[in-house]
Design a protein around this ligand. Structure first.
Ligand code: ADP
Ligand code: ADP
Ligand code: ZN
Length: 214
């Protein structure tokens, strides 16, 4: 199963990705997690990417596309993958298509998690993320069982530096300008599917399973 998850920041992509990855045994590939991992390890990629993440801007396509090229060639992606946060520009989507063609395969679906803007600020400012595994929680909507500790791996949870109101507004504007056009892009290729992301986390996942198949 080869899936792209679409939706604005805070739609619930990362949250659903963990469950999808578990159920369908496909690797969860989050470009945001890859950048944050490199930033916390101080790699050259991390030092470069940090400039953009801190402002809520997109990391340039050349860098991002290269990361995905390397990642999708790895063995664990042979039977499928779940991309979360990539593509974010039409240019990235075209690069993905070319890459998959080269590997003799194609996407099964681009799954859009639809959430109106009015939900986003609350979701983002209450988000807590696991330092170790990237799992997403919410202080109110999806708290960890023990405060500050990841339910899945016991890692420490923290608030992302870019999850403040000002940066979130910037990210939403960038989403509208650069990422939203992907909805039409995948719709034109008859690959778009959608779920209502305003429902509970469990109900959103049920709807996703209805689309992907039990
Ligand atoms: P994305 O990866 O799309 O940016 P996340 O999965 O990190 O989004 O979710 C953003 C925030 O909203 C997190 O704090 C998460 O716990 C919370 N969240 C995710 N899905 C829901 C939902 N269906 N209802 C309420 N809160 C949710
Ligand atoms: P969110 O959960 O809010 O959707 P992500 O964790 O996916 O956020 O991304 C965080 C940041 O990482 C983005 O604001 C951007 O700076 C960078 N980033 C992640 N994926 C991409 C991408 N495909 N292209 C460019 N920048 C990206
Ligand atoms: Zn964890």
């Amino acid at each position: 199963m080869k899936i792209v998850l679409l939706g604005p920041p805070g739609a619930g992509k990362g949250t659903q990705a963990k469950s999808i990855s578990n159920k369908y045994s496909v690797p969860h590939i989050s470009t945001g997690d890859i950048f944050r991992y490199n930033i916390s390890n101080g790699t050259p990629l991390g030092i470069e990417a940090k400039k953009y993440l801190d402002k809520g801007h997109l990391v340039p396509d050349e860098l991002t596309i290269d990361i995905i090229k390397d990642r999708l060639k790895q063995d664990d992606c042979k039977n499928g993958f779940l991309l979360d946060g990539y593509p974010r520009t039409v240019n990235q989507a075209e690069a993905l298509e070319t890459l998959l063609e080269g590997l003799g395969t194609k996407l099964d679906t681009a799954l859009l998690i639809k959430v109106p803007k009015s939900f986003i600020i609350d979701r983002m400012t209450g988000r807590r993320v696991c330092k170790a595994c990237g799992a997403s929680y919410h202080v109110q909507f999806n708290p960890t069982k023990t405060e500050g500790v990841c339910d899945l791996c016991g890692g420490e949870t923290y608030q992302r530096a870019d999850d403040n109101e000002a940066t979130v507004s910037e990210r939403l504007e960038i989403y509208d300008a650069q990422t939203q056009p992907l909805i039409e892009y995948y719709s034109n290729k008859n690959l778009l599917t959608e779920v209502d992301g305003t429902q509970t986390i469990e109900k959103v996942f049920e709807d996703i399973v209805d689309i992907l198949g039990a």
